[in-house]
Write a protein that binds this ligand. Sequence first.
Ligand SMILES: [Fe+2]
Ligand SMILES: [Fe+2]
Length: 319
Amino acid sequence: MHAAWCTAPAMRMGRPLPLCRVLPQVHRRCAIVTQAAATVSQNVIAGPQHAVEVRRHAENSNITQEAVQSLEACLDGGESIKALRRFNRLLANLPADSWEPRLRAVMAELAYNLESFNPAFTAVLLKVQSTIGHSDYVARDLALKHLIQPLAGEYGMHNGQEQAKTHRELFSEFYADLLKEPLEEVLAVSPRPTASVQLFQRMMHDILTGGQTTDPIDQACYAMGYNLAIEYLADYEKTWMLDSFRSLNKRVLHAQNRPLMEWLFLEVHAEGEAEHAAIGHAAVVGFVPAQKQEVLRRAMMDHDRDFAVFYNILADMLQ
Ligand SMILES: [Fe+2]
Ligand SMILES: [Fe+2]
């Protein structure tokens, strides 16, 4: 059973967050596939009897921007922010004589982790799309119109602009400049780094099962709440990461005659995540009924817990 979400005050007091994952990885993957298939078939057989449900979704008063922001404030006191602070303190203060091997291992994790958010975003879209026949036509369409944008941005696509480099290309350039070796080398040696794979599996399990909910609207609300947490925490993550690399560059890389030249990956993300969070807000306030606030909160706390575990492992690797 999925344990109840934690409140921010509880997290501040350092109480352990409940873990609900008891299935071995292999069974988890089966569960994901079965659940996804069940949702699709449920929606396919949905007929006119669902008209009332759809009308109810259209007439519901939605969650407000203020309510969404107060949910996000909960993340400010959460475990992920603590883990991100710890990681960035260590990154900015890496010792001059041993920064390279420590950072290489972390960068291998980040190569996988940063890409793994793309399937997570795709799963969020899928869950909203899968409310076809259950949710209001216009609300669904508008939510998806918002949610597609950060995902498209990962592939260099922005409205009204030529397609630019993908974020994978930018990461590859950043990696090669930082460690003076091609990204392909570390990908060949470490294609599935442990901590990133674990976080990826947890994210996909949670989003695709809607945090153990069965109703398509609940599942979509859960996915959108999860997306809110991803984007909100990514704003801190990427802003602090840029600052930490600036410090490391100034203190260590310059002194070793190898200053970082490829800043675009870090800069694009430090600038872009606040906008992604705003896009997530717009999607949520146009789709999520006010009474589903607790579903959003649970999703956000689920991501907060697992993202914190990931960044604490990365911090351990830098220590
Ligand atoms: Fe990105
Ligand atoms: Fe983002």
